[in-house]
Design a protein. Structure first.
Length: 185
């Protein structure tokens, strides 16, 4: 034998020492391990589906919140006598309906075309209110409602309400968000 070489034990000697290399997993052991892995995998799979649905709903809610907040902030920055906040003669409210144009990624001021599937529809309502018409819950309960012809001295605040509806086709269905604020004189 050369320098640094070790003598390998014979197969018979290796078996007696428990070092045999021809031992492995039996077919039954492999099938049991595979079945166990399958059961664990199938029990975890619904969690991924649930997480995907919830993520889609969360994304839709975030978009609804952002679009609504943006509209409220835009109206709140306008001057009190801005035409976007002024009611017409005899009108008790101003309604502005918009739909989301997916192709141009903007809201279009109009009612959605008949038969179209718009993802978001936003309705903004403006009403006049006197401080004496506000109840304890912060609701404007003017009876009769103030109109565009009302004496300007009676109009202390303008109620701005934005309602945004989603027609998202996820498993949780469409959502709707409504935010109301008051713009003081």
């Amino acid at each position: 034998m050369g320098v640094g070489m070790k003598k390998q034990p014979s197969k018979q000697c290796a078996r007696s020492l428990g070092l045999a290399s021809d031992q492995g997993f039996s077919m039954v052991e492999v099938l049991i391990a595979s079945a166990l892995f399958l059961v664990i995998s199938l029990s975890v799979a619904p969690l991924f589906t649930h997480a995907t649905v919830r993520n889609a709903a969360g994304a839709d809610s975030t978009i609804l919140t952002n679009f609504t907040k943006t509209q409220i902030e835009q109206y709140f920055q306008e001057a009190f006598d801005n035409p976007a906040l002024v009611l017409g003669p005899g009108a008790s409210q101003l309604l502005r309906t918009e739909y989301w144009d997916e192709a141009n990624q903007i809201f279009v001021t109009a009612t959605p075309p008949v038969g179209s599937r718009t993802r978001y529809t936003r309705v903004t309502r403006v009403r006049y209110c006197s401080v004496t018409d506000l109840d304890d819950d912060g609701q404007c309960n003017a009876d009769p409602p103030l109109t565009g012809d009302s004496d300007p001295a009676l109009i202390h605040v303008k109620e701005i309400q934005v309602t945004l509806a989603s027609s998202a086709a996820n498993l949780l269905g469409g959502r709707r968000l409504q935010v109301t604020t008051f713009k003081p004189f």
